[in-house]
Design a protein around this ligand. Structure first.
Ligand SMILES: [Zn+2]
Length: 296
């Protein structure tokens, strides 16, 4: 393995104790005390709560695997006509947020795969950039692209020639060979020998492995990302954690405008829409499961 790749790879796994998020049960306890004199009232309340939850779940179902179009249209907004083109966005780049994870999970206190999965796609890409900056590289990147993937170029010590090109995908489904080939194309046009591909959901198929080794592209899956971050010294890990989970790290960013999207309701359930609608028509599935091969 050439020196540069080993340098970029950075394997030094460290162990750390698992810290489970603490759930605030204090409110429930207080309520219990309040209703202790009337258990029947409490029971009725819980039944009602369960019923409302079930209804909410029915109202906003996740998009089913294999669904054809990730583009949701809100009927009331359809009458508005604009000259701007409608942009179809890969549902794979959609928000990382599941119904279960969005509101209930506490801010992570250490680097784990479930912590990284809470990050919206843009913040995930920034994590990729910040990681390589923490490793001492100068990173030049495209801030956001239409495919929801960044092409970050790594430089060392003010050298003019780049060391590697990095591609980051926060897709919910494993990456096949095509996007990795595309990175190979970028490497070729930029005359960069090494490539790194971060895929949170990993990779699938033998062709992707074959192509990667032939083209000198390092494939890093979710576990590999955690391993690399945890190999950083504690101070750098903490700094990265503070950066990545600062402010709103869950609401997805519009790929066209770079602003946080807003939740809207459509026929097929809730989805993310650009806050610049109708000027910008970018939408994203709320919890995308769809494999997207057309855009890559
Ligand atoms: Zn937009």
């Amino acid at each position: 393995m050439p020196g540069h790749v080993a340098e970029i790879a950075g394997h030094h796994p460290e162990t750390a104790g698992h810290v489970r998020p603490k759930y605030a049960l204090r409110g429930v306890v207080t309520m219990n005390r309040l209703f202790a004199w009337a258990p029947a009232t409490m029971f009725a309340f819980l039944v009602l709560l369960a019923y409302l939850r079930a209804r909410k779940r029915q109202a906003a179902p996740d998009s089913a695997p294999g669904a054809v179009s990730p583009l949701h249209k809100e009927p009331t907004l359809r009458v508005v006509r604009t000259s701007g083109p409608v942009r179809r966005i890969s549902s794979n780049t959609a928000g990382q947020i599941d119904e279960a994870s969005s509101a209930s999970r506490a801010k992570p206190t250490e680097w784990t795969i479930s912590a990284i999965r809470q990050l919206e796609w843009k913040r995930f890409e920034m994590l990729c950039v910040w990681y390589y900056e923490a490793r001492g590289f100068t990173v030049k990147g495209v801030p956001f692209g239409a495919d929801g993937g960044i092409d970050a170029t790594l430089y060392r010590d003010g050298q003019e020639a780049p060391i590697a090109v990095v591609q980051c995908k926060a897709w919910r489904t494993p990456v096949k060979v095509e996007p990795v080939r595309a990175l190979g194309g970028v490497m070729h046009s930029k005359k960069v020998k090494h490539g790194v591909f971060w895929s949170l959901a990993g990779f699938i198929g033998q062709p992707v492995q074959d192509y990667a080794s032939q083209a000198d592209i390092l494939l890093v899956d979710g576990a590999g990302i955690v391993e690399r971050i945890r190999a950083l010294e504690a101070g750098k890990q903490a700094k990265l954690l503070a950066l990545a989970f600062e402010g709103d790290y869950q609401t997805p960013t519009c790929v066209a405008c770079g602003v946080k999207m807003v939740q809207r309701q459509g026929k097929g359930g809730s989805f993310w829409g650009c806050r610049h609608y109708p000027k910008c028509k970018v939408t994203m599935a709320r919890a995308a499961q769809v494999l997207d091969e057309r855009r890559t």
